[in-house]
Ligand binder design. Structure first.
Ligand code: SAM
Length: 231
């Protein structure tokens, strides 16, 4: 992967960035995503935010090598603190982290989202945490995608401001993804259910404490929920 040729995962994230967007890419080691979008003429200006010094320095080097220092500002900052009001950022991408970490980044500096109209989030795990955050904070799930790369399955959530309600199954699986039932989606949930079945089998043998009973009931509930959603 490089700024010219993104991975399939980042290419899909990039495909949701509107033309003319002012972008902040948070957690932007190498700054491949903003560099790629500026080269393609999709993004006019961008911020690349990174909290760790090594990846931040890689991003600075990359932006310089690509000759984009005039249009991409790289900032060493924690999460949304990389966005300043005068940037007038309207689109934020956060990719390649766990859902709960993405949620904590969104919760830590909510004022940085004032000018933002679109969030493109790619959690490696626990997309559910992001859907729950969206419902709590007045964001609607505008679009969703699922893809497989290098034997890993990734979900991408595109949020825009709005209030929508979702069923328990839609929060877990994604409303659009659930309606589409793509082969990758079916594979993801078959894997999840196989994992839950394995855990159930192992706890069947354990002593029946109240925690074990709670876990067992929770797993049975999840399996029934997903089975129903898939049929
Ligand atoms: N976004 C790129 C991608 O999807 O390929 C990089 C993903 S990499 C696994 C996660 C990056 O996010 C790391 O460089 C890490 O240092 C950075 N990161 C983690 N927490 C962060 C935070 N609170 N603020 C900014 N960057 C963060």
């Amino acid at each position: 992967m490089n700024a010219q040729k993104l991975s399939k995962r980042l290419e899909t994230v990039a495909s949701f960035v509107p033309t003319g967007a002012v972008l902040a890419d948070i957690g932007s080691d190498h700054a491949y995503l903003p560099c790629n979008l500026v080269h393609k003429g999709i993004v006019s200006r961008a911020i690349a935010g990174e909290v760790v010094k090594g990846p931040y320095e890689s991003a600075v080097r990359q932006v310089r090598t690509e000759g984009l220092s005039e249009v991409i500002t790289v900032r060493l900052a924690d999460g949304l603190a990389a966005i300043h009001p005068e940037d007038k950022v309207n689109t934020v991408t956060i990719a390649g982290m766990g859902g709960p970490l993405i949620v904590s980044i969104l919760e830590n500096n909510p004022e940085s989202l004032q000018s933002v109209t679109r969030l493109i989030l790619q959690p490696n795990i626990h997309a559910k945490a992001i859907r729950e955050w969206a419902i709590r904070n007045g964001w609607a799930i505008h679009d969703e995608a699922i893809l497989e790369e290098d034997d890993k399955i990734y979900e991408i959530l595109v949020l825009q401001r709005g209030q929508e309600s979702y069923t328990e199954a839609e929060i877990l699986l994604g409303k659009k993804l659930m309606a589409e039932k793509s082969p990758v989606f079916m594979q993801k949930w078959a894997r999840e259910m196989a994992n839950w079945e394995r855990v159930l089998q192992s706890i069947e043998k354990a002593e029946a404490t109240s925690e074990i009973e709670t876990k067992r009931a929770e797993l049975h509930h999840l399996i029934a929920l997903v089975q129903e959603a898939l049929t």
